[in-house]
Design a protein around this ligand. Sequence first.
Ligand code: SF4
Length: 366
Amino acid sequence: MSHAEMGAATPVLSVRGLVKHFPVQRGVVISRTVGQVRAVDDVSFDIARGETLALVGESGCGKSTTGRLVLRLIAPTGGSVQFKGQEIATASDEQMRSMRRHLQIIFQDPYASLNPRMTIGDILTEPMAVHGIGNPAERGERVKELLQVVGLLPEHARRYPHQFSGGQRQRIGIARALAVQPDLIVCDEPVSALDVSIQAQVVNLLQDLQKRFGLSYLFIAHDLAVVKHISDRVAVMYLGKLVELADKKALYARPLHPYTQALLSAIPRPEPGLERTRILLTGDVPSAMHPPSGCRFHTRCPHAQDRCRSEEPVLRDAGPGHRVACHFFETLPLPAGVAPVEKQDQGRFAVRLAAFEAARRPSAPA
Ligand code: SF4
């Protein structure tokens, strides 16, 4: 479903001008603040009901911090996060408790996110008990149902996390998130610790559950093949800023920001006849404590000009639902390495996508 098709529906999540600066302290006896890490700087986006917005970028770009701010696992420095019209950033503890039921997270590491001393039944019962859902007998029934929903067996409730594979543990993590019937799930790199074939099963499960329960996802990832498969829209982050936001098809067919173009060019395509020129970014990723002046990408951008060093570009309209933060995107050539979208479905991309499709065939869950 494209964003346009979703029309003017009220967003489930509305983020405006979100800012998170972490103070940097120095000194052993008397510590003092010597600077700020500007992890998230003026980020805005919406997520509609039933939509998946992917948030992508290199490690350290602020995407996971954004996910944690959305859930108020950390407090924002500024800006607004509204969940179904209710402000999260300033909600009281009481308001936050009732909102938390509808906002869940799936973590990257299925090994670390489950308490090894609890049975699966207890792990799934805990969030229901915290939110006062059902009586013990009803919770027991719900645990069995949840295990079946994610492709496991009711008798697995008696086992412990170490008795499961990585893919099965991630299924348990998903069941835990579903236990309280959420509206929005922040998926923080949910498949990057898993093998490719198991990634496909978990991504397909997330999609099936989305259709079944009308879930919205904020899908945080760095793997653009996974993102292409699961997202409706994609937001690209660089050094705490959104640099491009577009419908998935538009972004993969015609990436307009030089950083997005570089990210897409890095997807390997070994097949003959489909040449892709890898756009190599020079220089290190600058420190978020001292981000470059003007456009934060100017120290690595192959198209940087004087204006880029002094004036910060704002996100501007570049087509229906497509926004780009670059002074010159209208005049920049589309690099040879970025193929039209129909060609992107060939080669290694297709191999990855075929793995996703193959995983849809019924088989024992990994
Ligand atoms: Fe590159 Fe300048 Fe555009 Fe920034 S504003 S992405 S430095 S061309």
